[in-house]
Design a protein around this ligand. Structure first.
Ligand SMILES: Cc1ncc(C[n+]2csc(CCOP(=O)(O)OP(=O)(O)O)c2C)c(N)n1
Ligand SMILES: [Mg+2]
Length: 398
């Protein structure tokens, strides 16, 4: 019997035949006691914290660790890699193109955080909602956006998602439930809660995911949204991307708790800390939270610990941290590198299969960027168009 089967058997004995989404126990496989978490048939090892219980029936899990990934179907693994690699490459191109003076405005890169958007969005239906942040390219790609329209928008071209008038921080695509990137830090919470309320009232079974940063977790809107979602048991999932910095400010200097997920206890909802550089761990945590929300169980707060590899924006001189710190973190925590290592070592995918995905993605990106470069800028007379819903005045009898 494999180690995993032994763990599985132990869990089923302890918790009954239907295993819970999350549970925890200590293992004595090695001399050292190791905390394990068990999450939807996957074992998460090396959790650093014993579990935290919240009032009532729910069990809130706090864990940090890697998931044994052997159970994922190959197509799912390929999809994970395709999405993460697309995000990484899209961002690398944005970096180059911004520095070449081809992109106006600001660009905030998601490099190093790809596993979060990828793992979370892989658990969602096309008609589920997400709200995003100023660092939104990764969420938008993972939810299935059109790369051509994204690239054109970032270039400020009229073929872009907002006809070139929104730019990087305002891309939205309602046809895939992407309710918008947002230049307002913490601006997504109440949009997500509104979408979740609408889904509940309409009984559509949709859920709404709100992505936000560690800095944004200190805005008042966070608390308002968490409370309302919890009080109304809304199908909302709050995903904090703790990349350790809010602009130039290290997370620990502005936040009184060790984990942002610890705050979940204050709202009586599950709070989960997950390794945000591990797509498997993110996927498992999100899947359980989404299932819970769809089943009427209410919201969850997931904190994905990660690290922002690039500056706050392209051009940031990064005087607040050392190059060594960044190099060390990228060396150990690069989600793509770790994914490759893991699936190759376990013979789950071949090098050739990974390279084939990379080639396809590069071709797609070439086409998207060529489309953006060849597209026209909006005409000056279009400046004030599309700011308000056309025909609104007439509809209201004005
Ligand atoms: C309401 C508001 N306050 C301040 C800013 C300026 N600002 C832009 S990004 C940012 C930091 C956000 O940090 P975090 O939420 O951790 O997200 P990250 O940039 O790390 O992804 C700040 C303060 C803003 N855009 N909106
Ligand atoms: Mg941050």
């Amino acid at each position: 019997m494999s180690k995993m089967h032994l763990l599985d058997a132990g869990i089923r004995k302890k918790w009954g035949s239907s295993s819970p989404h999350f549970c925890w126990f200590k293992s004595s496989f090695s001399e050292k006691t190791t905390w394990y978490n068990y999450c939807n048939n996957h074992v998460i090892k090396n959790c650093q914290f014993p579990p935290v219980k919240v009032p009532g029936e729910q069990k809130a899990m706090i864990f940090v660790g890697g998931v044994i990934s052997l159970d994922f179907p190959r197509e799912q693994l390929k999809a994970f890699y395709r999405t993460m690699y697309t995000i990484r490459s899209f961002e690398e191109r944005c970096n180059e193109l911004f520095l070449a003076g081809k992109i106006p405005g600001f660009v905030h890169l998601y490099i190093g955080e790809e596993a979060i958007a990828t793992g979370v969005c892989a658990t969602l239906r096309k008609d589920d909602f997400i709200t995003s942040t100023h660092r939104g390219h990764g969420h938008t790609i993972a939810k299935g956006a059109d790369l051509k329209k994204m690239a054109a928008e970032i270039f400020g071209k009229s073929t872009g998602y907002c006809r070139g008038k929104g730019g990087s921080m305002h891309i939205a695509d309602f046809s895939i439930g992407m309710l918008g990137a947002n230049g307002v830090v913490g601006g997504g919470y109440n949009l997500a809660v509104g979408a979740a309320l609408a889904a509940k009232m309409r009984k559509t079974g949709q859920v709404a995911v709100c992505f936000f940063g560690d800095g944004a977790s200190n805005r008042g809107t966070f608390h308002e949204a968490m409370n309302m979602a919890a009080a109304f048991k809304l199908p909302a999932i709050f995903v904090c991307e703790n990349n350790q910095y809010a602009s130039t400010t290290p997370y620990r200097t502005t936040t009184s708790v060790e984990n942002i997920a610890d705050r979940a206890v204050g709202y009586g909802v599950p709070g989960i800390v997950v390794d945000g550089n591990d797509v498997f761990a993110v996927y498992e945590a999100a899947k359980a939270a989404v299932e819970r929300a769809r089943a009427g169980g209410g919201p969850s707060l997931i904190e994905a610990k990660t690290y922002r590899i690039k500056g706050h924006f392209v051009g940031d001189p990064e005087l607040y941290r050392s190059r060594e710190e960044v190099r060390e973190r990228f060396e150990t925590d690069d989600p793509l590198k770790n994914f490759r290592k893991q699936v190759l070592a376990a013979n789950q995918l071949t090098k050739g299969e990974l390279e084939e995905i990379e080639e396809q993605v590069q071709e797609e990106l070439n086409a998207a960027i060529a489309f953006a470069e060849e597209s026209p800028f909006p005409e000056p007379e279009e400046l004030f168009q599309d700011l308000y819903v056309e025909g609104w005045g007439e509809a209201c009898g004005k």
